[in-house]
Design a protein around this ligand. Sequence first.
Ligand code: C2E
Ligand code: CA
Ligand code: CA
Ligand code: CA
Length: 285
Amino acid sequence: TSVAELLELRRLDAAAGLGSRHVLDESHALRAGIDAQELVVHYQPVVDLPTGRWEGVEALVRWEHPQRGLLAPAAFLPVAEASGLIVPLGRQVLTLACTQVALWRDTPPTGGGAGGGARDLHVAVNLSGRQLGEPDVVDVITDALLVSGLPAQALTLELTETSLAGTGAQVDAALAAIRARGVRLALDDFGTGYASYAYLQRFQPDVVKIDRCFVAALGRSERDDLLTSSLIGLGLQLGCGVVAEGVETPEQARMLADLGVTTAQGYLFSPPRTAQALGARLVAP
Ligand code: C2E
Ligand code: CA
Ligand code: CA
Ligand code: CA
């Protein structure tokens, strides 16, 4: 643990009103959890709106805590970020997700139907700023593809403005190298940051993910609708794939389709689930 990391832990403690022992304890517990393979990946389908077909999944980490039960990322990612544990954790998630999706792609459709099953399934994995800043990030991604056998074209890495903020030439070079391998890049939580235009310009994502707050705002007022449709239009006009997040109602799905969105995620279709729980439907013909 570096001095900078300790300072960051102290800052987090202060913000949370906790004793500084607390976050240190938490990071030790998280380290033990990672080593004990208690960190698992759940998958949420990414749906093609016109056909309802599940064209991909997003990998979302969970902690199967022996005492506290299933923990969502909000319960442990801040400590993971502050302690640097997000680097080994993120690497584990990436490898697990690539391996799982490669497996699904290779599973013949059940029921002997003529459909393609999960042959073309793709996977989106969230990448933190910490991971992106590691000097070996390109090797880590290349390794995950190699050991899993997943084609680079089937992988999308999701980045947020926050994870890109304050980064420079080194990260730009890493992103260019990742892209040159055929991996796609997505700008996550699009529209929620302070400088969405600046990041669109610099980062030129293949995909933008419309944050769920803009989906939730649909139908609320003319102004809200206008804001959401402008963000979608911006993404489409730049030639990006546009994915709407947090779709919970058929009405939202319909409005999004009217605005030209063809790809969506949300509880309307499925919450994130274990690989086992999603498997049968994913490889259906
Ligand atoms: P995100 O990347 O924006 O992921 C979408 C979040 O929205 C997920 O929360 C998902 O469960 C939730 N969600 C999906 N559909 C709906 C819906 O219809 N309604 C509502 N209200 N929520 C929906 P989750 O799994 O708790 O993840 C939270 C955040 O943690 C993620 O936001 C992402 O930023 C981060 N995260 C998750 N897994 C990883 C990971 O492996 N690495 C990194 N660096 N970050 C991760
Ligand atoms: Ca689509
Ligand atoms: Ca995401
Ligand atoms: Ca998001």
